[in-house]
Unconditional design. Structure first.
Length: 143
């Protein structure tokens, strides 16, 4: 039986962070995103990213994040319109070195070229432009 719903996409993702000021600074200064809403009572900051939100939740004092491999998230991919060389130069100038890429990847909007950086808590952030520098070609399946 089919579910009585039509999925439109991912509305938001929630990341637990150790230092809200430092993390908000990264998303604003390095990625150029903006804080849309703050829920002080629960320590939640909502960062606007196109049609979606990245929610940041402050961890309690003394609480620590598990190692990256144990967090349950491999990486977060953000779709961007940009000149890839200018984007690489910008993030590196802002102190966020590219640790993987540029590389061709396939995602929700097809093939593109991605670079990977870390946010202040070590979450991997993939920045994906919607063009492939070196298109990947697949042979049709054998009959």
């Amino acid at each position: 039986m089919a579910i009585p719903a039509t999925f439109l996409g991912i509305d938001h993702v929630v990341l637990r962070v150790t230092d809200m000021e430092r993390t908000v600074g990264f998303y604003q200064d390095v990625l150029g995103l903006r804080v849309e809403r703050i829920f002080e009572r629960i320590g939640l900051y909502q960062i606007r990213c196109g049609n979606n939100l990245i929610d940041l939740v402050a961890m309690a004092p003394g609480e620590t994040l598990p190692p990256a491999a144990a967090r349950g998230i491999e990486h977060l991919c953000l779709s961007v319109e940009a000149d890839l060389d200018e984007l690489v130069a910008h993030v590196e100038r802002k102190g966020s070195p590219v640790f993987r890429g540029p590389m061709e990847v396939y995602g929700a909007r097809g093939f593109g070229t991605s670079i990977y950086i870390h946010d202040p808590d070590g979450y991997e952030i993939e920045l994906k432009v919607q063009y492939a520098r070196n298109p990947v070609h697949f042979s049709p399946p054998a009959r």
